[in-house]
Structures are given as structure tokens and as C-alpha cells.
Design a protein around this ligand. Structure first.
Ligand SMILES: Nc1ncnc2c1ncn2[C@@H]1O[C@H](COP(=O)(O)OP(=O)(O)OP(=O)(O)O)[C@@H](O)[C@H]1O
Ligand SMILES: [Mg+2]
Length: 522
């Protein structure tokens, strides 16, 4: 018998959309929102929300204990903050990864839409990466005020000047989405092209949820078949191995660039394991400063680190200024870029994933510069949220008047950098006062409002119930050698769920938990 209560419904996290003093452009955007939401009223929004109801407290406690033990036994673990050695010494100070006890619901149509977009974004990244002038021009103002972007552009410029061509190009991306409850549409948060996290652990969360559903099936009224399979770790390892294959040098290794301290190392070790066990490829782990100390490029372009030939460099660091505390790290980055090894990502792929480029690609007629197929262009554009540069005075004015409708984003990765709510107003007023190019360090984005629902979150062995929202990331792999596309595919997914009152979404940063999907008809 099913002991579930009826689904619970919550008021939506609504912000009034009608104000009288909006700019023309912004009014159009609101009109579109209103049109779409009135349509949505006829067919109630089937939002991402956690399971259909909830079992009683004792059953939840029992499931949470089972889940935590299962995580420990299946490698769904991260380093424990409480143990200072957990980020540097493998096998020391482990704790189960923060997880949602059960998967979150998503209508299957949105899942199909997100999966279909993955190869289109893969191809787009590749096309944009080949247009060096577009990248340099689009980021030219940003570089005036952002040192980090400026250093990346310097390396990129050097490669352009040397006419360096990357024949073998490997992208391991993740496109993140939220289901906007106002418009009932799947909107892209951003496309990550460097160091996308959790391909290793997310596959195991799916297995955990299927196991729990199978074990507690009667109680939960859920069907494990509705949790889609997730092969992200195997597929990423396969793409890295195929890139390695293209060189045909048996003694060569894949080099993973890592941070000196990494509590998410087990996520990375899952890829190391599959590379070795399924493809016979050895991985070495090096920090940027180790590469500087041990690396050199031979006259024929071969990258050698500690006397080992490296044919694929896979970055799980290097995306934040914190990863470059001295010139040594920058010279390591340049050294690798100058070599003939496949860089995942190359400096161009890295730049394509910046927030400024996301905003430029959302401008009218820009996608058309890179892609021919009109249907594909329309599909990509459909998932773009409102994105604006801060050159646009009317939008800045609207954001000062209605800060809750926007997110202000600097050119940063890794979570915790975005600005929300009243801080948007304060920051914009301050930046305007500073004058000059200060505003160019940021973009403005339409704030997306996913529907909130109750979920049980398990962190550090403690289970608690909270009102949550979810974000779906679809991994994509792209590999080509000159004209030949070897892989262009979606590669599994990452579902992250966070307390609805939290603005940021990072798991490692402590805002969100790992989750999986439960596909529904509507
Ligand atoms: N437009 C938006 N509306 C609502 N929430 C947003 C929006 N943009 C970002 N967020 C929230 O902030 C989080 C971080 O945003 P974003 O991905 O842009 O930053 P990041 O620093 O690149 O993060 P990551 O390390 O995950 O790549 C997202 O996971 C999401 O939860
Ligand atoms: Mg990001």
C-alpha cells in the first residue's frame, strides 16, 4: 500500500512584474513574460519539484541512514572540511557527498529539450572558438577592468600571432538550466567549458536513487525506470581516451591539472579509474606550479612533464584567479598552450565559456555568424534568458529600479561571485559613480524563478527537510580532428538542488546538494 500524502503545493517565489517606469526594451521583455505566463495558466506548470509526497519521519530517517552508508560503500564521497588533510591526502577524512534523499521531478519534454541542445552547444563552442577576433573584440572592454580575463586574452593573442592551429579539439562542457516558473520554459543559466565538476559523482547519485526507489518502492510509489541513466563519468573518460588515441603514442599520459588542495578529488578519481580500467590510459595529476617546475616543450611541440609525454591536458583547475597566485602558474598555462598536446579546454574554448561571450551570443544575429541551420539556431535561442551588457543604460536603470528581476554577474567561475537582490542596486549605483569602464566587468541577466518544493537533504549524516529549487546541467563531449567530428554527444547530467532561499548553486561551495532526475509525463 502507498503511504504517501498528497503532493504539497507552495506559493511561487513571485516578484511583481508590472512597473510603470520600465524602458521600452524591458517592457517588451515583460510583455513576453506576461503572454507566456497567461498561456501557462491554461496548462498548469509542471515544475521541477521533489517527489510526489513524503513518507513519515521514521521512514525518512531510516532511508537517510541507508543512503549515507550506500554512499560510503560506492565512492559517492568528498573530503570532509573538518579534516585539514582531506583536500591533500587521498583516502583521509572522507564524508558522503551532500545529496538529496530522492530524485527531483522534471517533465520529460524539458529533459528531451535539454539533451537535444547539448550537441548544438558543443558545435557552437567549436565554431566560436575559431573566430579569434570575435573573442578578442567582445572581451576588449572587459580586459580593461578585469586582470584575470586580460591574462587569458594575452595568451590567446600570443597563439593568434603565432598562427597556432589546434587540429585536435576536445570539449567537455556542461550547460546548466533552470525551469522558469513564470514562462514555463527551460532557460540556460550558463555554459561551462572549463573544469566542469561532478561528472564522476553524479552518475553514482543516479544509482543511489534507483537503489532507494527499488528498496522502498511500495512506500514511495515511484518507479526506478523513470530515473534516467547517467553515464557522465564513463563518457567523459571515453572522450579523453579517444583524444589520447588520436596521437597514437602508447607511452603518453593524460595530465589532469588540479588545485593543490581539492576536497572534490574523488569526483576526479572516478575518471582516472575509467581511463585506466576501460581504456588502458594512465593519468597523472599535476598542479599548475608543478607543471611550471617539471614541464618543457620539445622542438616538435611535444609536452613533457617529469619526463613523461603528455598528449591530453585536462583542466580541473585554472578557471579562477586564485589558481594563479604567481607568475609561475601563468607561465605553466602558456607552456601547455604552446605545446601540441590537446588542451581540454584550449584557451579559445575557455574564453567561449565566459559570461561576456554568453551575453554577446544572445544578441540578435550573432548566432547566425556561427551556425547555418535556422532550426538549430531557433532551438538555441529559445533557451536564452535575457542577457545585457552594462553599456545599455536603459537596462541598468531598470535593474536599479527592479533589482530583484536581475542577477549581476562578474567574469568569474566557481560560484559565490554573483550579485542578487538589493545588492544589485547598490553595486550598479556604485559602479556608475566610479565611472570609466568599471561597468564592463559585469553582465546583467534576467533572474530565473524556479518553482520551489519540499525535499529531504542529507549532509554530514544529518537529514533535514527544506523548501528547494533545482538546476539541471547536461554534460556534453566534443572531439574533432581537423574536418572529422569524432564525438559530438550529450553525456549524462548533473542535477543540483538547493534551499530556495539561497541565491548561489554550488555543491562544493556548500550551497547545493547532488540530486538526480525523476521524469514525469507533465
Ligand atoms: N539568472 C539567474 N537566475 C537565478 N539564479 C541564477 C541565475 N544565474 C545564476 N544563478 C544561480 O547562481 C549559481 C551560480 O551561477 P553561475 O553558474 O552563473 O556562476 P558560476 O560562478 O559560473 O558557477 P559554477 O561554478 O556553477 O559554474 C547558479 O548555479 C544558480 O543557482
Ligand atoms: Mg560557471
Amino acid at each position: 500500500p502507498c503511504r504517501l500524502r498528497r503532493p504539497l503545493h507552495f506559493p511561487r517565489n513571485r516578484i511583481p512584474l508590472h512597473t510603470d517606469n520600465l524602458s521600452f526594451k524591458f517592457r517588451i521583455y515583460h510583455l513576453k513574460l506576461r503572454r507566456n505566463s497567461s498561456r501557462a495558466q491554461h496548462s498548469p506548470l509542471p515544475a521541477m519539484s521533489t517527489t510526489e509526497g513524503k513518507p513519515d519521519a521514521d521512514a525518512v530517517e531510516e532511508m537517510a541512514r541507508e543512503a549515507a552508508a550506500w554512499c560510503a560503500m560506492h565512492g559517492l564521497v568528498v573530503g570532509d572540511r573538518a579534516d585539514p588533510r582531506s583536500g591533500t591526502v587521498p583516502g583521509v577524512g572522507l564524508v558522503h557527498a551532500p545529496i538529496s534523499l530522492l530524485p527531483s521531478r522534471l517533465p520529460e519534454s524539458f529533459w528531451s529539450q535539454a539533451c537535444e541542445l547539448a550537441p548544438l552547444f558543443n558545435e557552437l563552442v567549436d565554431r566560436v572558438s575559431l573566430d579569434g577576433d570575435f573573442l578578442q573584440d567582445s572581451l576588449s572592454k572587459t580586459r580593461q577592468v578585469d586582470d584575470f580575463t586580460s591574462r587569458l586574452l594575452d595568451i590567446h593573442r600570443k597563439m593568434m600571432d603565432a598562427n597556432k592551429k589546434e587540429n585536435i579539439r576536445l570539449g567537455l562542457h556542461r550547460s546548466d538550466y533552470m525551469l522558469d516558473s513564470e514562462t514555463n520554459s527551460l532557460l540556460q543559466i550558463e555554459l561551462n567549458t572549463i573544469s566542469v565538476s561532478f561528472p564522476g559523482l553524479c552518475s553514482i547519485v543516479t544509482e543511489l536513487h534507483r537503489t532507494l526507489i527499488n528498496q522502498y518502492g511500495n512506500l514511495l510509489c515511484l518507479d526506478a525506470k523513470r530515473v534516467p541513466g547517467n553515464e557522465a563519468s564513463r563518457q567523459f573518460a571515453k572522450a579523453l581516451a579517444k583524444a589520447w588515441d588520436e596521437f597514437n603514442v602508447d607511452s603518453a599520459v593524460v595530465m589532469m591539472i588540479v588545485q593543490p588542495e581539492e576536497r572534490n578529488m574523488y569526483d576526479q578519481y572516478w575518471l582516472v579509474k575509467y581511463l585506466r580500467e576501460s581504456h588502458g590510459v594512465t593519468t597523472i595529476r599535476k598542479t599548475l606550479s608543478e607543471v611550471e617546475a617539471e614541464g618543457r616543450v620539445l622542438p616538435d611541440g611535444t609536452l613533457v612533464v617529469n619526463d613523461r609525454k603528455v598528449t591530453v591536458v585536462y583542466f580541473r583547475a585554472g578557471y579562477t584567479p586564485n589558481d594563479y597566485p604567481s607568475e609561475a602558474e601563468w607561465s605553466a598555462r602558456l607552456l601547455m598552450e604552446q605545446s601540441s598536446a590537446v588542451k581540454c579546454p584550449s584557451i579559445s574554448y575557455h574564453l567561449v565559456g565566459t559570461k561576456k561571450i554568453q551575453q554577446e551570443l544572445a544578441k540578435p544575429n550573432v548566432l547566425e555568424r556561427f551556425l547555418e541551420n535556422k532550426e538549430e539556431i531557433a532551438k538555441l535561442r529559445q533557451c536564452f534568458a535575457g542577457l545585457w551588457s552594462l553599456d545599455d543604460e536603459e537596462v541598468v536603470k531598470s535593474a536599479i529600479e527592479n533589482p530583484d528581476l536581475f542577477v549581476l554577474k562578474p567574469q568569474r567561475e566557481g560560484g559565490g561571485n554573483n550579485i542578487y537582490g538589493l545588492d544589485v542596486r547598490e553595486a550598479l549605483i556604485r559602479l556608475k559613480k566610479e565611472g570609466g569602464d568599471a561597468l564592463s566587468a559585469y553582465i546583467l541577466m534576467q533572474r530565473i524563478f524556479p518553482k520551489a518544493s519540499l525535499a529531504s537533504l542529507v549532509r554530514g549524516g544529518v537529514c533535514h527537510e527544506a523548501l528547494t529549487v533545482s538546476e539541471l546541467g547536461i554534460y556534453g563531449a566534443y572531439l574533432r580532428n581537423k574536418d572529422k567530428v569524432i564525438i559530438n554527444d550529450k553525456c549524462g547530467y548533473l542535477m543540483r538542488t538547493k534551499v530556495s532561499s539561497s541565491d548561489e548553486g554550488g555543491v562544493a561551495a556548500g550551497f547545493a546538494v547532488l540530486d538526480s532526475l525523476y521524469l514525469t509525463d507533465k
